[in-house]
Design a protein. Structure first.
Lengths: 160, 201
């Protein structure tokens, strides 16, 4: 979008990089934010659920120090869904957590993000509000932390 | 650019309950061999896969199993995508590696001896063969064995030549052997390895 410095490097709609970027926003968005955004995009094309949202576990793997032998750190709950728009785009989502509705909505966002009819408007109704909220929360937290900051001084008392 | 799977058909609407219902029906068919039981499903799989066979496959196969498809099924990208997406199973080329083998017609079904027969220690490791058939008949071969009180007459359309001999050989190596599930448009019937032709006593 012209006039917005961040958008100049934005990858073309529907490319894997662009879908990943949209999915990162979905991973930070709440159910309310997703459903509000989709409501603002109405009317949406007919949506067929190819894989009903289901909850499962994924094994999280880690490496000690980033380059040691891999080990299983623990399991996390994950929800996935796949939908198809009437125009043929397939949308996939895998999200941490157990919210079935959130996975379904995120899959719809992925599908809409591949459609040139909706991609630009998603930027306005979803990406911008979520980024704004995330940035606001981050700067609030920074401000709270900064307020309790303690400056340590070592005073040379010159006793000897 | 669109996703790589534009033709992918939907799976079960309610994965847990639909697959439980199909599993229950397969159990029932296995417990009354050579008797068609009704199986309804709302799946709409890509041709030449039919709904009942697709429902059995999605219910039984998972990411830990291997699936073999006959040539007409394997040559359809839509069928391969459907099978691997909804089951997570690995598709294999060699029928003897398959936990589940799926044949689109009785003519294209592999000889039972070419499938995995299990081992004496682990007879459960044999293949299960799912065959799509046009229909069943209440006359034809007479079967006997567990689950059949008196001899039961049964046949299915397009029964391949020499099928009786294959069944005899299959039963002869019990407890090893292949289990067969036949899927018609709205019914399924099972020929587990435990049954035999009534003519052989």
């Amino acid at each position: 979008m012209p006039g917005d410095g961040n958008e100049k490097q934005a990858p073309a709609a529907g490319t894997p990089a662009d879908r990943q970027r949209l999915m990162r926003i979905c991973s930070q968005a709440s159910v309310a934010e997703l459903s509000t955004a989709l409501a603002r995009l109405a009317p949406l094309p007919a949506i067929e659920v190819v894989r009903q949202p289901d909850v499962g576990l994924i094994m999280l793997r880690g490496r000690m120090g980033g380059d040691g032998a891999p080990f299983n750190a623990g399991e996390a709950t994950m929800t996935r869904a796949v939908v198809r728009l009437a125009s043929g785009e397939l949308g996939f989502s895998y999200l941490l957590g157990r919210s079935l509705e959130r996975a379904r909505l995120a899959a719809i966002v992925d599908a809409l993000g591949q459609s040139s009819r909706f991609r630009d408007r998603l930027e306005i109704v979803l990406v911008a509000p979520v980024m704004r909220r995330v940035h606001a929360q981050r700067s609030d937290r920074r401000a709270e932390t900064a307020a309790t900051r303690v400056q340590f001084f070592t005073l040379v008392r010159g006793e000897d | 650019m669109r996703s790589q799977l534009p033709t992918l058909q939907a799976g079960f609407r309610d994965a847990v309950h639909d697959s439980q219902a199909v599993f229950r029906t397969v159990m029932r068919a296995m417990s009354v061999p050579a008797l068609p039981v009704s199986l309804s499903t709302n799946l709409a799989p890509p041709s030449p896969l039919i709904a009942t066979a697709a429902a059995i496959l999605i219910t039984l196969a998972d990411f830990e199993t291997t699936v073999w498809l006959d040539a007409p099924l394997a040559s359809s990208d839509a069928v391969c995508q459907f099978a691997s997406f909804h089951t997570g199973a690995r598709l294999v080329r060699d029928p003897c590696e398959a936990h589940f083998a799926l044949a689109s017609t009785p003519q294209s079904m592999p000889r039972l001896a070419t499938l995995s027969q299990g081992t004496p220690d682990y007879p459960d490791r044999s293949s299960t063969l799912i065959v799509q058939v046009a229909g069943f008949g209440a006359t034809g071969l007479a079967f006997a064995g567990p689950g059949i009180k008196t001899d039961r007459q049964f046949s299915f359309s397009g029964m391949p030549k020499g099928f009786e001999q294959q069944l005899t050989d299959n039963h002869a190596q019990f407890p090893r052997g292949v289990d067969i599930v036949l899927a018609a448009s709205a019914h399924i019937a099972a020929l587990p390895r435990s049954i035999r032709l009534a003519s052989e006593r």
